[in-house]
Design a protein around this ligand. Structure first.
Ligand SMILES: C[S@@+](CC[C@H](N)C(=O)[O-])C[C@H]1O[C@@H](n2cnc3c(N)ncnc32)[C@H](O)[C@@H]1O
Length: 405
């Protein structure tokens, strides 16, 4: 396509900047790609099988509010975030905001909320304020407004927790940093809820989201069901790449079950969502790569130590299954993937090349390969040192666009 996708000055002063989620796509990049396609073809449905914070789905909606959006994510927080972006804000929101503000300013009669290790992750005065927030939001009658308030509370929970902001993993701050935090929980919440609302100025999108494991749910999709599949999948084992679940776990403790799509297992421990995700430590011993799939990754894994080889193979068993399903349910038009190539045991695994090869072999011709430099702010392991000073490592992400023939 030959697009300029650097967007170096993009500062997320749009809807996507109103909430934090790991490894979010760069919205204007996705929009640019989608706009080109929407101009050329009649597109009636877009699917993101790993929708995360819903960047690509929301951008599709911005281009054409009539398009049917479908998404899947195993993480209940991703589901909540995307739901809120696609819901827009109801007419009665102002009244609900006013009601909530009154409750927050006047309420003294609430119980402190508790969960396993709450005192480890929050200071006692913060627990008290977050409990007041939780209690007050729960009492708001309209669900759409409540979900927006939980969405707003997510950033507040992270900001006032005892975990470091430099990493997506839960990693306790130093005692001094914890005691130094100024508690502005309530006022921060109110100003975010009021200021961010300006970015939710669209009416409700036409969407269906699955809070599920895509490896289980994709069998239920029809052949050729979606015109475009656009996504950024996890790209490796979750121990060394991005822990979406761990990042989400504190917020998920505070939000009540009735406003999440959640089963019993997601709160079992802080890492359970990552364990069950693609690239987690699920047991794939009985599932093997086909000869064809093994051929695609052989040049990389032969040089990796045996213990790490197993993890890479485990990842690819799931990844190829997900890709195969994409080819089946997107047969008619486009597959667009944003990918990272990670290094295991010193070997750079070219996920972009592997994916392109797979898609080509399955009837999708590559029409573009775009490269973009990214600054990874929260992956300290990748941070290099110049003298004694840490510098953020530059990394590349790749976007491949394939079209069925
Ligand atoms: C790279 S992130 C997507 C980020 C998204 N594009 C955005 O802009 O926010 C990958 C997502 O895949 C989800 N995920 C991982 N394994 C999954 C699985 N088996 N089924 C469905 N979703 C999964 C994670 O929860 C995470 O939200």
């Amino acid at each position: 396509m030959g697009l300029d996708i650097s967007f170096k000055d993009y500062r997320k002063d749009d809807i996507h900047g109103t909430v934090l989620y790991p490894a979010m796509m760069v919205a204007p990049v996705q929009k640019l790609i989608l706009e080109r396609i929407f101009k050329k073809e009649k597109i009636s449905s877009v699917f993101d099988p790993f929708h995360g914070s819903g960047t690509a789905l929301y951008e599709s909606y911005e281009i054409n509010p009539d398009v049917n959006l479908f998404g899947c994510d195993i993480n209940p927080l991703a589901n909540l975030i995307t739901t809120v972006k696609l819901n827009g804000i109801p007419r009665f929101f102002k009244n609900d905001m006013y009601e909530l503000e009154c409750k927050l300013k006047g309420s003294t009669n609430f119980e402190c909320f508790s969960f396993h290790n709450v005192e480890k992750w929050f200071r006692s005065d913060i627990i008290e304020n977050l409990s007041l927030l939780r209690d007050s939001i729960s009492s708001i009658k309209h669900k759409t407004s409540r979900l927006y308030f939980w969405y707003t509370m997510c950033n507040i929970i992270r900001k006032y927790s005892n975990t470091r902001t430099s990493t997506y993993k839960l990693h306790i701050k130093e005692t001094e940093a914890i005691s130094k935090m100024t508690n502005n929980v309530i006022s921060d919440f109110i100003s975010s809820a009021k200021n961010n609302i300006l970015k939710f100025n669209k009416s409700k999108a036409k969407y269906k989201l699955y809070k599920d494991d895509i490896l289980k749910v994709s069998n239920t999709f029809l052949n050729d069901q979606f015109d475009i599949t656009i996504t950024s999948p996890p790209y490796g084992d979750n121990g060394t790449t991005v822990p979406y679940g761990q990042f989400s776990s504190l917020a998920l403790q505070w939000i009540p079950d009735n406003d999440l799509i959640i089963n019993d297992w997601e709160r079992e421990n802080y890492s359970i969502i990552d364990t069950k995700s693609l690239g987690g430590s699920r047991d794939n011993k009985n599932t093997r790569l086909s000869e064809y799939e093994l051929d695609l990754i052989k040049e990389y894994i032969v040089n990796i130590r045996l213990d790490k080889q197993r993890k890479v193979i485990n990842f690819f068993v799931d990844y190829f299954f997900a890709l195969g399903q994409m080819c089946r349910y997107t047969k008619k038009k486009y597959i667009i993937l944003t990918l990272g190539n990670r290094t295991v045991d010193g070997i750079n695994i070219d996920l972009t090349k592997i994916s392109s090869h797979y898609l080509e072999d399955n009837g999708f011709t590559q029409i573009a390969l775009e490269t973009r430099n990214i600054v990874k702010k929260r992956t300290p392991k990748l941070t290099s040192k110049v003298g004694n000073t840490s510098v953020p490592s530059m990394n590349e992400e790749f976007i491949i666009i394939h079209k069925s023939i």
